[in-house]
Design a protein around this ligand. Structure first.
Ligand code: FA5
Length: 351
């Protein structure tokens, strides 16, 4: 049996010399070291041997097993190295190829247009003031001259928050940025209640309305409010400021128009439209009628001035509120407002 074990070892080592890949190596392992290999049978038969033979055969079988396992490990390593060398010998590196471009992030068109508007108004001397998105009925409506039950509230369908016990002053998602006018005036008037400082601010932010969504209406959109209060401010200042903004944003050829309108918090009031230059005023998918309604505007109502802490017999002011997405639609020729929040990369990557 000792001779048989030696023959087995010689035969296995000789066979291993011819193994050239992983599959053949596995077949070799099964044949010489596997559970039904001759070597494993010898281990099973040890119990049948005489007392003298058993330790000798057992020792020899263990030595053969160790030799074969070591040979298997080194052949496996040799095969791995050979495969690597083969791969490296065929691999080519072309250092003249252009590099792979990195996917660069970019600013959302909404952020781009907002930053452009901030810059334009900064150059005209306006500061930025931000106020809260969750408002009270008092600030969103009552202090802006929309008393409870006023029909003009229907112009802005509202999301109310389900917070009980607030009576006539429920919480809501602001429907416009105009409540910021009261916050801003009160903050400034508190600095010097007898003689409040002049105001020249823009108030940007997200607003929410329970709207029927279509190409020009979203339930969530940005507005940019503007407010200027001081002695002797007139409607001409308002027209000049908005026309100048349009020219700076769209170029000197931009055409604008004011249409008489109504808001409870301005008197007189006007809608502010910019002529669509996608279609040159003929009417298209972006504008509908040739003009795109950008926002509302007007002279701050005396009641609102008083609610803000400014005496309407000494101060006058103008205010405006734009739809920021509407401006971006005109500027970039975007035909549908719903693209803004869909997060579709095919849209976003165009900016
Ligand atoms: C207002 O919200 C007034 N607070 C604006 C204002 C401020 C008037 C200061 C006077 C003085 P209006 O509801 O018209 O007004 O909205 C203003 C602008 O927001 C609209 O002209 C339009 O450009 C934009 N807008 C209104 N509703 C939507 C909507 N659902 N989706 C996208 N943009 C809208």
């Amino acid at each position: 049996m000792l001779n048989e074990l030696q023959d087995l070892e010689n035969q296995a080592l000789a066979a291993l010399e011819h193994v050239q890949d992983e599959d053949a190596l596995e077949a070799w392992r099964v044949m010489y070291l596997g559970r039904s290999s001759r070597l494993m049978q010898v281990f099973g038969e040890l119990g049948k041997l005489s007392k003298e033979e058993r330790p000798q055969v057992g020792q020899k079988a263990n030595e053969v097993k160790k030799t074969l396992e070591t040979a298997l490990a080194s052949r496996s390593e040799a095969l791995r190295r050979m495969a690597l060398e083969r791969a490296l010998s065929t691999e080519r590196l072309d250092v003249t190829l252009p590099g792979r471009p990195f996917a660069r992030g970019r600013l959302h068109p909404d952020t781009q247009i907002l930053r452009e508007l901030y810059q334009i108004f900064r150059e005209m001397g306006f500061q930025i003031y931000r106020s809260r998105e969750v408002e009270t009925d008092e600030y969103n409506f009552q202090l802006l001259n929309f008393p409870i039950g006023h029909p003009a509230r229907d112009m802005q369908d509202t999301y109310f928050l389900d917070v009980p016990g607030r009576g006539d002053n429920p919480l809501l998602l602001r429907t416009h940025t105009s409540p910021g006018q009261i916050h801003a005036m009160r903050a400034l008037a508190a600095l010097n209640p007898e003689d409040p400082p002049p105001v020249r601010m823009i108030l940007p932010g997200m607003v929410y309305r329970y709207e029927q969504v279509d190409a020009r209406h979203e339930t969530q959109f940005d507005q940019l409010e503007g407010l200027a209060v001081g002695p002797g401010i007139t409607f001409s200042d308002l027209k000049g400021t908005l026309s100048e903004m349009a020219r700076r944003l769209f170029g000197p050829q931009a055409r604008t128009r004011f249409r008489a309108s109504y808001f409870p918090f301005t008197e007189p009031s006007a809608e502010f439209d910019i002529q669509c230059f996608q279609c040159g005023g003929k009417g298209c998918a972006v504008c509908g009628s040739g003009w795109l309604e950008i926002g509302g505007s007007g002279m701050v109502h005396p009641v609102v001035l008083r609610n803000g802490g400014y005496d309407p017999s000494r101060y006058t002011g103008f205010a405006f509120g734009f739809g920021v997405q509407r401006i971006a639609m005109l500027k970039y020729g975007i035909p549908d407002i719903r693209y803004f929040w869909e997060n579709d990369l095919r849209f976003l990557e165009q900016f």
